[in-house]
Structure formats: C-alpha cells, structure tokens
Design a protein around this ligand. Structure first.
Ligand code: KG4
Ligand code: ZN
Length: 327
C-alpha cells in the first residue's frame, strides 16, 4: 500500500510517500518569509502553498522513485488549521484524485501528529497518553489504537504560541521555539522563578506565564545583556516544560497506562524530550518520542494516519476544511 500524503495546514507545504508504513520520501517546503513578520500571515501562507504544492509533490514522487500510477491512495490534511492554507491542499488532492481515480482520505491534523509514532515505532497495540504540543495545540489525549479521548487542553495560548510570543519579546526570530531553545542552552533554568500555571485536572494555561515574562523584561528597565536574555529564555522554557511533563506523567499514572508520548513542533525540543524521558524513567513508564523531524509539520505523518485508518477500515474525515477541532 503506497500513500501520497499532502500537508498544508499552516506554513509548511509538505508531500511524502509512505509504503506499508515505511517512508520513501518526505519533503517539507518551509515558508521562511513569515519570520519577517514575526508570525504566520494567513494570506501570504495560502499564496505560497499555491506556488509550492506542485513542485513539492513532484519532488516527493521523484525521491520515492515512483509515478502517480504507483500510488494507491492520496491523504490530505483537512484541519484544524488556517482555512486558506487547508483549501489549497484539499483542492489539490481532490483534483489529483479525480484525475487519477485514486482513493482520497481526509486526515485530522492532530491525528497526524499522533501518527508520527507509527512511523518511528510501527503499530502500537497498547494504549498510551499523548501530549500534542505545537503552535496551535497543547492537548493531552488518551490514545487507544487510533481512538482519541481528550483529557485536557490549554485554556488560552498553546505552548508553541507562548514560545513564539516570548521569542518576539526577546527580539528573536520566528518560529520562536528553536530560537528560545538555542538561547536557553546558555542560560540558567533556575535563575528566575516564573509562575507555573497549574490549572485543575489536565488543563493548561500559558498566558499568565507569558505576561510574567513581559513584566519581568519591562521591570529590568534596560537593554538586556546576552546573559540576562539567556536566563529568561531558560527559565521560561523550564516553567513551560515542568507543567507539561508533570501532567503527562500524572495522566499515565492515574489512567494506568504504561507509555507516554509527546508529538508536535514543541516536542522536537531536546530539553523537553530529556525531561520527559527522565520523568518517565523514574515512574517506570515507557516513552514514545518520534524523531524531531516528524514532530514538526510534515506530510509523512498525514500518510501514516491515513494508513492506520485504512488498516482499520475507516474512510477518513469529511473533505471540507475546518479551522477548529471538535475534540
Ligand atoms: O507542529 P508545528 O510544526 O505546527 C503546528 O501545528 O503548530 O509546531 C510549530 C510550533 C511553533 O510554535 C514553534 O515555535 C514550536 O512548534 N517549536 C518549538 C521548537 N521547534 C518548533 N518549540 C520549542 N522548542 C523547539 N525546538
Ligand atoms: Zn502541527
């Protein structure tokens, strides 16, 4: 079974070919132009997807060494995401399916992020707790063979969004996550005691922390030295990750599952990966961490989610793009 995956939910144009769960190609065209604006500009993103979609798909097919006749199904992200961006991918996939007579499968973006685990680990029979942590999501799910149960989510900013906003306060580029991670590696995570927003249950909140960082920076009343900026980045990063790790581990303990996972762009962060590994080890839990390149947006995970759905006899989501999820 060969699946062509297509991803255009935000600012990456992605195309990938997956053969029986194994990756033959995975091309990501990142729209670096948004760094100039400090965040994704939806209309600009849609326009670039229009330009990038054909060459990106062609490159994925070429790298996989097959033509369109070698594809069994086309999988495409239908949401949640930026509507204009999603429409480009869905319209392209529909046209391709019509022209080739191939099956088309609509895939939810969050299900795709979770399916990154299937590429790295193969099929997963046991239930696990999965933290989906990206620019649009900070959601904790109980995952049992493709069925997702939402345990809790952020009440305000997603963790990745908080990274992007704090990066902007520190004069760093977009996306902010990798920039903060780089700067934080020179700082002391214990230097500043930023508030941990421990909301009840499995819910998260990051807007208070973000505001605390703003007040802290304004309170210094001067241009930050490199060392001071690094301490802010490290302390902010640590405050976010402590809460993410604590709730993920607690959910596994309370629900009696043996494995925890983290996916989504923020889960490519080495410090978060290490903190989660250490916490899982000390609780005797197993850990599922897809490689960093499969955590950020890409089309391989779209194809992997579709493959999993086909194996379970599911036909996929409706092919009408949606901006928010109904979890
Ligand atoms: O999953 P993703 O590529 O797109 C969405 O679905 O949102 O995640 C992008 C988000 C951005 O907010 C970005 O700043 C964050 O993930 N991110 C990181 C890192 N790499 C990307 N956050 C923290 N550390 C990183 N290394
Ligand atoms: Zn994503």
């Amino acid at each position: 079974m060969r699946i062509l995956g297509i991803e255009t939910s935000c600012d990456e144009t992605g195309a990938a070919v997956l053969e029986d769960g194994k990756l033959l190609s995975n091309i990501v065209h990142s729209q670096i132009i948004h760094s100039r604006f400090g965040g994704v500009v939806p209309e600009v993103a849609s326009r670039i997807h229009i330009k990038a979609i054909v060459p990106t798909v062609e490159q994925a097919m070429e790298e996989a060494g097959i033509g369109l006749d070698g594809i069994d199904a086309i999988a495409v992200t239908t949401g949640p995401g930026l509507i204009g961006s999603l429409i480009v991918g869905v319209a392209f996939a529909k046209a391709l399916a019509l022209a080739t007579g191939k099956t088309i499968i609509g895939v939810d973006h969050v299900a795709s992020h979770i399916a990154a685990n299937l590429i790295t680990y193969g099929s997963i029979q046991e239930a696990f707790v999965c933290l989906v942590v990206s620019g649009g999501h900070t959601h904790l799910f109980h995952v049992d063979r493709g069925s997702l149960r939402l345990l809790g989510r952020t009440r305000d900013d997603a963790a990745g969004e908080a990274f992007d906003k704090v990066a902007r306060m520190l004069g760093l580029g977009y996306p902010g996550g990798p920039e903060i991670e780089r700067l934080a590696s020179h700082g002391d995570p214990g230097a500043i005691e930023f508030p941990r927003a421990i909301r009840r249950g499995y819910e998260f909140s990051f807007s208070g922390l973000k505001t605390a960082v703003r007040y802290y920076i304004e309170g210094t009343g001067k241009t930050l030295s490199a060392g001071a900026a690094a301490d802010i980045a490290a302390s902010f990063q640590h405050a976010v990750f402590e809460v993410l790790v604590e709730k993920t581990i607690r959910a596994a303990r309370e629900l009696g599952v043996k494995n925890v996972s983290a996916v989504g762009g923020v889960a490519s962060n080495k410090v978060l990966r290490q903190m989660l590994k250490d916490a899982a080890d000390s609780e005797g839990l197993g850990i599922l961490l897809p490689e960093p390149g499969l955590c950020t947006d890409n089309a391989a995970i779209v194809a992997a989610a579709a493959h999993d759905m086909l194996l379970r006899g599911e036909s996929g989501a409706s092919l009408v793009p949606y901006s928010t999820a109904t979890y």
